[in-house]
Design a protein around this ligand. Structure first.
Ligand code: AHR
Length: 494
């Protein structure tokens, strides 16, 4: 997408041009992925509940949460951490539950009952239709331990570990294709970590040569870490994984609109991180175009209260939409991503003992994962922008009011245009120049919005921010998109 500021365009006007015949990339659905860690009410309480809980459940999993996750059409879910995985020994979490040991989780300083282990997580993935991504322990584990886990998950019943899996109730291999080697091991040093990656990769592939392996990337962008990892381990890895948390803490319009735009700037910084990874892969691994970027932890993180509880507001939803638009543009290399996290702990779903509600980030995931096409088509936008006051800049000076993505379905029968209006208070009248779709039969407009830029849903008031829908009989030439909204136009071709 070309995004330029056109002086002829007024602040409340924009022009969007899309050519649906010009396919410029393929989007991998794994970018709409998730992350569930044994931390802060995500696993225990959020997805699984006590045996004696009266909540409707399926094999210990809350039915309300299962439905909400299923509705996201989650392509992949990463587990068991995060930092938790750096102290996790998978054999503690298999076999009869009453025999599993309690352990102390040295990272998060809490007891781990090991009630949820490999079988339970695979069951969860199956229930919600997602592919598991498993992170092995590099910090306090060994290549042998990781290889044994691969055999436990993927080996036939005739292998030592596959036989144990069958004895524990699952005769069929789980078939885990994607494995993370380590997590945020930055303090161990880039060279040590890259060499350790190669050792792990050799051991794990000796058991199953078909697996895909994810290497630790930097937080935001660190050239030294990433270069060293790619120079030493570049021929052995399938993905490199940046982590990027962002966000702006002040959530008020009392002093003016600047804090709202400062939060929206997070999306630009995350997009810049991804762009720099793309550039580095192209420079160092031009012969391995299949190597992808898996941003396996991303999101908004602005406070660390107990359990990392953070209830996202509408502005965070807009951030996630604009990051998806950037991932679409960078789809040649950005092929997987996992929002951190799924439930409660930095969770896009919030629960208490009996209720569950969804955040604007959840609603954005629902829109993109269910509606966007897999073919990226050429588009451009001309619009006005907001200039951040210098003291709030943090690498980003301007926020364009309109941010877009244009895609089409693989069969070409649906064009999908996402228009994010980031303006704090004004609708923007967008001229839509759409070509190349043939005769449009119907347009479904799905739009996410709430009364205020910082509106949020709570367990007591779960529907302040919602998705609404309306059907238009033809594609509009011009449309007024409301302030702080995410709008998805699905154009059905006859
Ligand atoms: O998502 C919470 C934590 O953030 C993860 O455990 C860790 O990898 C990151 O620092």
């Amino acid at each position: 997408m070309v995004q330029k500021n056109e002086t002829l365009i007024g602040e409340n006007q924009a022009r969007v041009t899309v050519d649906f015949t010009d396919v410029i990339g393929t989007i991998n659905r794994n970018i709409y992925g998730h992350f569930a860690e044994h931390l802060g009410g995500c696993i225990y309480g959020g997805i699984w509940v006590e045996e004696d809980s009266q909540l409707p459940k399926v094999r210990g999993m809350r039915k309300d949460v299962l439905k909400l996750v299923r509705d996201l059409r989650p392509p992949v879910i990463r587990w068991p951490g995060g930092c938790f995985s750096e102290y996790y020994h998978w054999e503690d979490g298999i076999g009869p539950k009453e025999k599993r040991p309690w352990r102390f989780d040295w990272k998060w300083k809490k007891p781990e009952p090991n009630i949820v282990g490999t079988h339970e997580f695979m069951d969860f993935c199956q229930q919600v239709g997602a592919e598991p991504v498993v992170a092995v322990n590099v910090r306090t584990g060994t290549p042998e331990e990781a290889a044994a886990w691969v055999e436990y998950c993927n080996g036939s019943n005739s292998t030592r570990q596959g036989k144990r899996r069958a004895e524990n109730g699952h005769s069929e291999p789980f078939g885990v294709k994607i494995w993370d080697i380590g997590n945020e091991a930055w303090d161990l040093g880039s060279e040590y970590s890259a060499r350790r990656f190669v050792e792990y990769a050799r051991a794990m592939r000796a058991v199953d040569s078909s697996i895909k392996l994810v290497a630790v990337g930097s937080s935001h962008y660190d050239d030294e870490w990433n270069r060293t990892m790619l120079e030493i381990a570049g021929e052995h890895l399938d993905y490199i994984a940046p982590h990027h948390y962002d966000g702006w803490k002040v959530r008020t319009l009392e002093e003016g609109e600047q804090h709202y735009y400062a939060n929206l700037a997070s999306a630009r910084r995350i997009a810049d991180t991804l762009q720099r990874y793309v550039n580095l892969l192209d420079e160092l691994l031009p012969h391995r175009s299949e190597v992808g970027i898996s941003m396996d932890e991303w999101g908004v993180w602005i406070e660390s209260r107990q359990g990392l509880q953070h209830n996202y507001d509408l502005s965070d939803g807009l951030v996630s939409a604009c990051v998806f638009n950037a991932m679409h543009r960078l789809c040649r290399r950005v092929t997987m991503a996992n929002w951190a996290q799924l439930v409660n702990c930095l969770g896009m779903i919030q629960t208490d003992a009996t209720r569950a509600c969804v955040t604007p980030v959840y609603l954005v995931f629902k829109l993109y994962s269910n509606l966007c096409g897999q073919r990226l088509v050429r588009s451009s936008v001309e619009c006005g922008y907001y200039t951040l006051p210098q003291e709030l800049e943090r690498e980003v000076k301007r926020i364009p009011y309109i941010d877009i993505s244009a895609t089409s379905s693989e069969d070409g029968r649906r064009g999908v245009l996402v228009i994010v209006n980031q303006h704090v208070s004004s609708p923007i009248s967008v001229q839509l120049d759409l070509k190349g779709l043939g005769i449009i039969q119907r347009v479904d407009l799905h739009y996410l919005n709430g009364p205020e830029p910082f509106s949020k849903n709570t367990l007591d008031e779960p529907e302040a921010v919602t998705i609404s829908q309306q059907t238009l009989s033809e594609a509009p030439r011009r449309y007024d998109f409301p302030p702080h909204s995410v709008n998805v136009l699905v154009l059905h071709v006859g």
